[in-house]
Design a protein around this ligand. Sequence first.
Ligand SMILES: Cc1ncc(C[n+]2csc(CCOP(=O)(O)OP(=O)(O)O)c2C)c(N)n1
Ligand SMILES: [Mg+2]
Length: 817
Amino acid sequence: MPKQLLIDPTEARHPGMLNGPTIPLNAYIADPIAEAALYGSANLVRMYRDMHYIREFETMLDRLKKEGAYEGVAYNHRGPAHLSIGQEAAAVGQAYHLSTDDFIFGSHRSHGEILAKSLSAINKLSEAELLLIMQTYMGGQILRVVERFSKGNVTDLAIDYVLYGALAEMFGRTTGLNRGMGGSMHAFFPPFGVMPNNAIVGGSADIATGAALFKRINRKPGIVIANIGDASLGCGPVWEALMFATMDQYRTLWDSEIGGAPPILFNFMNNFYGMGGQPKGETMGLGVLARVGLGINQDAMHAERIDGYNPLAVADAVARKRRILEEGRGPVLLDTITYRFSGHSPSDASSYRDKDEVERWRAHDSLITFREYLLNNRHADPAQLDALQDAIRQRIIAVLRAALSTEESPYLSINSEEIGDLMFSNQPADSLADGRPEVLLPLEQTRLGQTQAKHRFGLEDGKPLPKLRTLTYAEALFEATIHRFYKDPTMVAYGEENRDWGGAFGAYRGLTEALPYHRLFNSPISEGAIVGTAVGYAMCGGRVLAELMYCDFMGRAGDEIFNQMAKWQAMSAGVLKMPLVLRVSVGSKYGAQHSQDWTALVAHIPGLQVMFPATPYDAKGMLSLALRGSDPVIFFESQRLYSETETVVAGGVPVDYYEVPLGEPAIRREGSDVTIITIGATLYVALAAAQELEQYGISAEVIDARFINPLNYETIIGSVRKTGRVILSSEACERGSFLHTMASNISQLAFDALDGPVTVVGARNWITPPVELEEAFFPQKEWIIDSIHERLLPIAGYVPRTRQATSEIQRRNKRGI
Ligand SMILES: Cc1ncc(C[n+]2csc(CCOP(=O)(O)OP(=O)(O)O)c2C)c(N)n1
Ligand SMILES: [Mg+2]
């Protein structure tokens, strides 16, 4: 049924003027009497204390980097330190009203936000809750160190825990919050709602949006804040996140019971600088960052500029905006004015800015002005605040000493596989949450009833059965998908044209009728945000099936695939899982920008599983495997195959659920003279070549690799040892293709068994030409036979039809083509 969104031409063509809401700038009006009543002295002093914790913590790092010592404790800190000295009030004001249900995501400069949010959480949690968190997180490993030096009550212990855990993390110690795998720019601590920080600037925008989506869809409490630098507003994925977060469908099409738009607050920590470039007046034309809201939706994203040098202005804004988000009326944009006194990093001499400017801001330093505020309004006396500062210094010295000790705070062992062990979580699960999946139809009434009734094998007596009545590769994908949708209530799928259109290439036909909007929806054409939000959704504990149509579009989601999806499990030292399957399709017929096989690109990135089924049996069994897993998978498909039926795997595609074993290639034809290994649709070319080779008395074994990572070489090596010859082929451009990685491994693993060079036949190193010329580009049956003849096993009396001699390798490389 088409959705009910009518586009009325009369309305669309109607003249008029567009007026936007006005955007308040620094509208907070300080009222000390009201503030005293609202917060009370203790909380106001605590805000000051937290600002000081951040200032002292960052100062300590600054001194270590610049002077090699802090308060007599020497250390050469080799890692990064992007400090936020000057930005404390913005972080503390923001954290004040947040609970542990509220998540913050941040950037390379987020130490302050981590500490502020943690200190706020410590203030809100009971002693029992704090102890439980510390005793269970990382098996109590961090707590055991902290207990040795911490003095005082449980709150003191928790404060030491956070300071120590963050610092040990920055120093790369196994007792850090993320076992040293995250470091300064990625440290986080989910029990307090401190979610990943990102060294890819702007990287948190779409991930945080995905976390907010997770909260909404799974009815979880709390809001999500993405802390982003002002200069990072120049990043495409940030804009894509804004698009994703403001989609109308949350309110027009999704069931109102879901609660409206994802509760995401984009908070720009506007310190007026990138590293050295200045968004205002130089690298951007916004003037006032908050202006962006006007362009994004009719609510102007409820945007405001707020004074990040007054923690109370920030706290007030977060409290007001939180209500909007909870009512599903978000997203919200805040332009939080602040300033960093520290350089971009300690090695930065700030040559790009005027000393006078820094001095002017120093006069506004929130630590000075807020101290004055506390004194003037009799919330504290000077001696009390001095003592507080001194106590903070002493605490940080103790934390520093513990974090430096390699005995108390060791590194992961260099001579072990401990980092390797973190790359994948390998914890398959039928469902990631209890509860019944929300669906619109009983499973039997879905399209599954029709697909299951089809022929499951495409041949009868060697002749093809009608395709319309036989299960295709696309339908096999559908069966795997709907199965998991009906098992796992957290599972969602989205991408461009995923719903009424039936998904790219029809693989989702039948899902629209079966699933409510919030489980299957169309996204904006924002490939970065499709993957980035999926990363955020998955790291919060939900299963996502994201889809990018053409493999070539991965270029638009490069960071999200290469740096986010791939790396967060290991950077979190296993705290986060990434049950995210990204479907991409290798094209043909559509020319240069829609037809490339980029398996090698993703195979090169540590942390990704990469799969490429070539038969309907594998399409269902491998997608089933991927969709039950806990690891990120790039799932390649081929447009040549969507309408193909099963003609290779005897018995066809089972009706019941099954999985293909992870990493295991499949022998698709047995032979004894040469092994042909393929990835993707080239399987069928290889099978045809093998059949023709039979005429010449050559028996070829054909293996479909199916998996790219992980990949068990046992079957492959077993075959090579039997035949002594191996040729590899796929549709990927030959230079740098994954075939070469396999070739190199086979050479090393079976050198003694080889009777000839491991031979690679890839697509040409050209742009993909128009469909009429594709035969000149993609490997053909003749290329495989000719290569065998020229390089491996001369065929008596055979006249090659194409140029495949080794001299060709030299000629093509010399020309770079
Ligand atoms: C995608 C990306 N591009 C460039 C960088 C290098 N870089 C690190 S910080 C930074 C400036 C960021 O400025 P802003 O977003 O305003 O944050 P701030 O440093 O001011 O907190 C740049 C360009 C990066 N880390 N990631
Ligand atoms: Mg900045």
